[in-house]
Design a protein around this ligand. Sequence first.
Ligand code: CP
Ligand code: NVA
Length: 300
Amino acid sequence: MKHLLSLQSLSARDMRRILELAAKLKLERANPAHRPLEGQSWAMIFTKASTRTRVSFEVGVQELGGRVLYLSPRDTQLGRGEPIEDTARVLGRMVHGAIIRTYAQKEIEQFAAFSGIPTINALTDDEHPCQVLADLQTMQEVCGGYEGKKVVFMGDGDNNMSRSWMWAAEKLGFEFVICAPRGYLPPALFMKKFRSGNVSIETNPAKAVKGAHVLYTDVWVSMGQEEESARRMTDLVPYQINAALLKKARRNAVVMHCLPAYREKEITAEVLEAHADTIFQEAENRMHAQKAILALLGAK
Ligand code: CP
Ligand code: NVA
């Protein structure tokens, strides 16, 4: 494993290696012996806003013995149009790894190719792999594992979160149902890539959540989609996670959310608060899962 660019390109074996190490690093957080990034500098280039991802990576790199440089495109030449290929070749000669949050997936792929240093996807329009790895760690802790479980993704069924979940389910052997209205579903051509039978679509919420172990949701308006806000806020109303829907899932079903959450939109305040322990455990696990990724990519 040289980079972490997507779950589409990550093997099941590497996903399992990350999860195994994440559990160990979480247990042994206080152990000062885990410093595989000693002497390393990692760059963080974030074109989009972030709370969890930024803090968890900054703390994670530091805990592993490295240091971070947070580079906002606003203050670098990237913001004035310097191509990513040139930025990558410069940084590749100075830092040991890069963590990038941006719009186009192609940009992080170009960065990885031109820099030659380990590159991590901290969210693009296509995928949010670190979040799903942290969510799988949470499922291991809360649900006793992910294999054989049924996860239902409610809301915008064709965003970065749903796509990373699709690849995880395809490769790791659990059921993943996308529950969204027409217009918010992955295109048929993309669905053809999923041949395991683990990934499916159900537009009817009551049918989708039947037998579900996990109900998952994300914002209805992802970063970059602000202009579509009014339409999305209307179209997705029937796909809210609320107490009535939750009753139709498996008894003791778990509710998960990558955060930030918009109460009374994709999830009611009542359900969010009732499941806050799991939801904030997911947020914490960002740091543990990403420390595992950093350790595996950065170890010399
Ligand atoms: N879940 C997540 O990635 O949160 P941030 O946008 O705050 O990093
Ligand atoms: N789909 C959301 C995820 C935020 C963590 C977005 O891209 O804004």
